[in-house]
Design a protein around this ligand. Structure first.
Ligand SMILES: [Zn+2]
Ligand SMILES: [Zn+2]
Length: 237
């Protein structure tokens, strides 16, 4: 079966006015996943079974709390807590023998299930599955659609994380001369736009000098939040 391609949302993100279209793609998928989780889906047994076993990371539990569906979140966390309590009672960590300092650990870890909960997040898993397909779609369009390629090159560039992501993914997505061309394209895109943002940020700092008080802001008023997208892939509010 042909894997799904997400040409419409990927094109939308490329056309958006932002410092990293891939950050925008990620945020859009993340918002959809939050809406999905706080929508009627949380009443479905199979979804609840999943959230019971994965829980949420710090970032996403805070997003879910901000969503204001307090009853929905309380119901999700209530069965999550019930699951946690039941597993704890089933595994009885108190009955474990103290591990010997001299013997190697036997491999028995009565709270491994809890380590898994702490390390997993329902929203992250949901987002990452879709996000991988978005990245594959970028490569597909780059290789097959000249217009997409030229629009990509006219975007405001990439954040550091997503430049590295495209760089690393290219190994399995493009071959031969296309590989070299892709790497040099995205490197130019990343570099030239870092230079642009750095100049804006420098002028932002220069504006603090009283001698520049009456000078125009140029493009530097929002240089700091735009820089933070480049350096940290994060929108600050
Ligand atoms: Zn990004
Ligand atoms: Zn998460």
């Amino acid at each position: 079966m042909k894997e799904t391609l997400y040409t419409i949302p990927v094109n939308d993100a490329i056309n958006a006015d932002c410092e990293c279209p891939i950050c925008k793609m990620y945020r859009d998928i993340e918002n959809d996943a939050i809406e999905f989780t706080m929508g009627p889906s949380y009443m479905e047994d199979d979804i609840r079974m999943k959230t019971d076993r994965t829980g949420f990371c710090k970032k996403h539990i805070s997003d879910l709390y901000k969503h204001k569906n307090r009853l929905g979140l309380a119901l999700i966390l209530d069965t999550h807590l019930k699951y946690t309590i039941a597993e704890l009672e089933k595994n009885k960590p108190g009955s474990a023998k103290a591990p010997s300092l001299f013997k190697k650990a036997s491999g028995e870890d009565k709270i491994n299930w809890l380590r898994n909960i702490n390390a997993s997040c329902y929203i992250c898993e949901r987002v990452n599955n879709t996000f991988d397909r978005y990245i594959a779609t970028i490569f597909h369009l780059y290789k097959t659609d000249e217009d997409f390629k030229s629009r990509l090159m006219k975007t405001k560039g990439l954040c550091s994380e997503h430049y590295v992501l495209l760089y690393d993914s290219a190994k399995s997505q493009v071959s031969g001369n296309n590989y070299n061309e892709f790497i040099s394209d995205i490197t130019k895109l990343y570099h030239d736009n870092l230079v642009r943002v750095e100049e804006d940020l420098e002028w932002f700092t220069d504006k603090f000098d009283y001698r520049n008080a009456d000078a125009p802001w140029k493009n530097s008023k929002d240089a700091l939040p735009r820089t933070i997208i480049k350096t940290n892939s994060t929108v600050v509010e």
